[in-house]
Design a binder for this molecule. Sequence first.
Ligand code: DQA
Length: 147
Amino acid sequence: MSSVLVMNGPNLNLLGTRQPEVYGRTTLAMIEADCRAHADSLGMELEFVQSNHEGVLIDAIHAARGVRDGIILNAGALTHTSVAIRDALSSVELPVVELHLSNIHARESFRHVSHIAPVALGQICGFGPQGYILALDALHGHLTKED
Ligand code: DQA
């Protein structure tokens, strides 16, 4: 059974009420429940983490080394600023799927830069909460592929 860490960065605890015109009305608790149900159906174990603190996210990435098989990361605004999170991801050498609810490329230019993308398998953005399900499928496909 593979084991996946789903991580959410700053302000994502406010989903449901935060700028619903951008992020929708689905709460993080609802997303977590959907992720757990989908992970079960794929036979994956899931750890779900949210923090507003960069260092807490970095500690969670370090703790995943040798324990989890991959990481799904919505780093929120830290995507665009944090070399430290990128370095942490490079250090633990786990496959990473970068995730955003909104289409960051269709928004302000400062959101077009991602420090995560160069160390990720790929990026999923613009599909709202469904993106978490797509990310689980992507990571599952990566972890079970035979070549
Ligand atoms: C986000 C996009 C980021 O630019 C923003 O800072 C967020 C959320 C998203 O899920 O669309 O906090 O990661």
